[in-house]
Design a protein around this ligand. Structure first.
Ligand code: SF4
Length: 326
C-alpha cells in the first residue's frame, strides 16, 4: 500500500491577540493519493484554517503545532524558496471568491503562464501553450480569446474555471478547495463540482475540499471528516457517514439538509451556536447543543473511538448503536 499523500498529526493552530483563539485543536488526518476528502462543518469549525495551514498561509500571529507532511515533505519546516516551490508546485488552492484571488491587472493567460514559468522553468511561449491547454481542460468557451481577457471581463463561473486552471497548471499532487462553489449559481455550482471531480480523476490528484453544504459533500467526496469547534468529531467514507452518522452533530447536519427533501418536510435545525474558541476545550465542545448530553460529557474530552475501516467518532455514545436522531 502506498504511503498517504497527506499526513496531519496533532495539528494545533492558535491566533494570538487581545484574546487567544484556539482555532484548531489536535487535528489528525490522512489523505490517500487520488482521494477526495471533504472537510464538513459550520463557519468557524476550523475547516479553512486547516487548509491554510497545509499551504502555510497563516498570519504572523498564528502559532502552529504538530506535524504536516505532504508527499513526504515536512511542510511546517519549509522556508524561503522551498516554501514558494511547494505552494503552487506540490500543492495549490482554489479559493471561494476567484475575483479576489486573481490579479485584476494581468490577463488570464499572463497569470497562468507566469505560474508555469516560475515552477516549471519553461519559456513564455511554452507556458502560454500550457495556459491554453488548461483553459481547454476546464472547458472555457473560446479559450484562445479568454487567454487575453482580464478577470473582470469574465462571469463568476468562468473566473472559477480560470482559478482551477491556474491551480492545476503546474500539476500539483494536492489540490485544496475552499468552498469553491459557494458564491456561484446552483447550475454553475454543479458544473464546477463535476469538473473538479473529472480533473481530479484525470490528474490523479488528492483533493481536500471544504464545504458547509452536506449536499455538495455527498456529491463530490470519497470520504468525509466532520469538524466542529476546531476538531474532527467524525470521519468515514461518504456512504457510511450518510447511512449511519454516529456523532450527534453529524446527525444534526443531515437532519437540517435541504437537498432531496420532499416539499412540506419539517427540517430540524441544530439549536444554539458554536463556542467562541477562546479556551482550549476540556470537555465535549458540542455538549451545550447536544440533546444526548450527560454529566460525563462535561467532565472531560470524549475520546476518539475508531471502528470499522477508518471510521472514527469523538462521542461518549459512539458505541451505542441505538443512538439515533440529534
Ligand atoms: Fe453529545 Fe456527549 Fe457525544 Fe458530546 S460526548 S456529542 S455531549 S453525547
Amino acid at each position: 500500500m502506498s504511503p498517504p499523500l497527506v499526513e496531519i498529526e496533532n495539528l494545533s493552530v492558535r491566533f494570538k491577540g487581545a484574546k487567544t483563539i484556539h482555532a484548531i485543536n489536535e487535528v489528525s488526518l490522512t489523505l490517500a493519493q487520488g482521494e477526495m476528502l471533504v472537510l464538513l462543518g459550520e463557519s468557524g469549525s476550523g475547516k479553512s484554517v486547516t487548509l491554510k495551514a497545509l499551504l502555510r498561509l497563516m498570519p504572523k500571529s498564528a502559532e502552529i503545532g504538530g506535524a504536516i507532511r505532504v508527499n513526504g515533505t515536512d511542510v511546517l519546516s519549509l522556508t524561503g524558496r522551498a516554501l514558494q516551490e511547494y505552494r503552487g508546485g506540490e500543492a495549490s488552492m482554489v479559493f471561494q471568491e476567484p475575483g479576489l484571488a486573481l490579479d485584476p491587472v494581468y490577463t488570464v493567460g499572463q497569470q497562468i503562464a507566469e505560474a508555469v514559468m516560475r515552477h516549471k522553468g519553461v519559456d513564455r511561449a511554452s507556458a502560454m501553450a500550457t495556459a491554453l491547454d488548461m483553459l481547454q481542460k476546464v472547458k472555457i468557451p473560446s479559450p484562445e480569446r479568454r487567454l487575453k481577457n482580464y478577470p473582470h471581463e469574465l462571469s463568476g463561473g468562468m473566473r472559477q474555471r480560470v482559478m482551477i486552471a491556474l491551480a492545476l497548471a503546474c500539476r500539483p499532487k494536492l489540490l485544496l478547495a475552499d468552498e469553491p462553489t459557494t458564491a456561484l449559481d446552483a447550475t454553475v455550482q454543479i458544473q464546477i463540482l463535476l469538473l473538479l471531480r473529472e480533473l481530479q480523476r484525470e490528474f490523479g490528484m488528492g483533493v481536500i475540499f471544504v464545504t458547509h453544504d452536506i449536499g455538495v459533500a455527498v456529491e463530490i467526496s470519497d470520504r468525509i471528516a466532520v469538524m466542529y469547534a476546531g476538531a474532527i468529531v467524525e470521519e468515514g467514507t461518504t456512504a457510511e457517514i450518510i447511512k449511519d452518522p454516529r456523532h450527534p452533530y453529524t446527525q444534526g447536519l443531515l437532519a437540517a439538509n435541504l437537498h432531496d427533501v420532499p416539499r412540506g418536510t419539517r427540517l430540524e435545525a441544530i439549536s444554539g451556536a458554536p463556542p467562541a474558541l477562546e479556551a482550549k476545550p476540556e470537555s465535549c465542545s458540542f455538549a451545550p447543543r447536544c440533546r444526548h448530553a450527560m454529566p460525563a460529557c462535561r467532565a472531560g474530552l470524549p475520546p476518539m473511538v475508531a471502528f470499522g475501516q477508518g471510521r472514527r467518532v469523538a462521542c461518549l455514545l459512539a458505541k451505542n448503536t441505538e443512538m439515533t436522531g440529534a
